[in-house]
Design a protein around this ligand. Structure first.
Ligand code: CA
Length: 379
């Protein structure tokens, strides 16, 4: 690894960082910088995930650093008032356009969703911060025009599809034919779930963040739940969801990303659980431009069944944004300013891949991030 070269490039970039754009532009640039740091953290993480040999790992890290350095250079230029032409922004375009372009490139590199340790799904980019608040109260009313579908069953604690549950039950029964006490097999049927829902118009989503403070009402929405069977196991999966919201002069449409393999409706025997799904957001509103550009991102809504079989989504008052829109530990560390303490670049792979301070970011990435942080004026 030629860290010396990387470091000299970093320092060259800072020469141009003396001035600073004002107001909203500054916010945009600081957000871009934070995205860049997230990208550094994730880049190192990805290089460590592929089982690469030492040489390939070195190439991977160097390539990630080179990409990040180019983006870092653009951010530095963007801070200079009047530097728009130098970074290729045409007359009439704004810093926001530049930022959108930059962010698009960052998202292309990593993608908005990733995985935490333990395979829980989280966003690699910040959708809502821990200080943002979100309150969700939605009703999904069962559509009478669609058939109720038989659903998976629990047999001795294992989940079976409706098709294979009968065989599993039979197997459990046969085990007790020898005259011993019947098997303790319990056969609780998981709550019956319809496959078509319509969202009630009484639903609202309240969002309170720095730049965005709105109550959005449901205009129209539908949700389709399908039982997918893999082997003997069944899973309830949202396969179609569109939700149109409006409020405070803006319109928002959330659409399911059905290509995400982790979409799932999970309900316990009390009819309580969650709906996890990747969604994309489209809106004409400038306030939502950043989130609109992400492609799809991951959200988890607490859900329960009401007495009529409808679904109710409710965070029970204010919830923090990162509960509904979880983000990766490495990204969270950057958001919270908890990156590593050392500016020394580790030379060995073992050191670079370690996470000695336990902040979820490889120490090699911590060192790069700290160099960026030292010369930047963003909080
Ligand atoms: Ca670390």
């Amino acid at each position: 690894m030629k860290y010396g070269m990387v470091v000299s490039l970093l320092f060259a970039g800072t020469v141009f960082a003396g001035g600073f754009a004002e107001g909203g532009d500054r916010d945009e640039i600081c957000q871009a910088k934070r995205d860049l740091l997230t990208n550094v953290a994730n880049g190192y993480g990805l290089c460590d995930q592929g089982g690469l040999d030492d040489r390939s790992w070195g190439d991977c890290v160097q390539s990630a650093n080179a990409r990040n350095q180019r983006l870092r250079g653009l951010i530095s230029f963007a801070k200079m008032p009047g530097m728009e032409k130098r970074i290729g922004i045409e007359q009439g375009e704004s810093i926001r356009d530049f930022y959108d372009l930059l962010r698009g490139r960052l998202v292309e590199m990593i993608g908005p969703t990733g995985f935490e340790t333990g395979n829980s799904i989280a966003n690699t980019f910040v959708i809502f911060e821990p200080t943002d608040q979100i309150s969700v109260a939605l009703s999904a009313v069962l559509s009478a025009s669609n058939p109720v579908k038989a659903q998976p069953m629990l047999v001795n604690g294992a989940l079976y599809s409706s098709e294979s549950a009968g065989v599993a039950i039979e197997a459990q029964t046969m085990m007790s034919v020898d005259g011993s006490a019947p098997s303790a097999s319990i056969l609780p049927v998981i709550n019956t779930v319809a496959n078509q829902y319509q969202f009630d118009q009484s639903g609202t989503i309240e969002v309170l963040t720095g730049p965005f403070d709105r109550t959005l009402s449901v205009m129209k929405g539908r949700l389709t739940i399908t039982e997918l069977v893999s082997g003997d196991l069944g899973k309830l999966v949202p396969t179609d969801m569109v939700l149109a919201l409006q409020g405070g002069g803006i319109g928002v449409t959330l659409t399911l990303d059905e290509t995400c393999p982790y979409n799932e409706l999970s309900l316990d025997m009390n009819g309580e659980g969650y709906l996890g799904m990747a969604v994309s957001l489209s809106s004409e509103s400038d306030a939502l431009a950043r989130v609109s550009q992400l492609g799809s991102f991951w959200m988890i809504l607490p859900v329960s069944q009401d007495a009529t079989g409808g679904l109710v989504f409710d965070t029970a008052g204010w919830s923090i944004g990162t509960e509904v829109f979880p983000i990766q530990p490495a990204t969270m560390s950057i958001v919270m300013g908890q990156t590593g303490a050392s500016n020394d670049l580790p030379n060995e792979r073992e050191e670079s891949c370690a996470d000695s301070d336990g902040n979820g970011i490889r120490d090699g990435a911590d060192a790069i991030i700290n160099i960026y942080d030292t010369f930047d004026a963003c909080d």
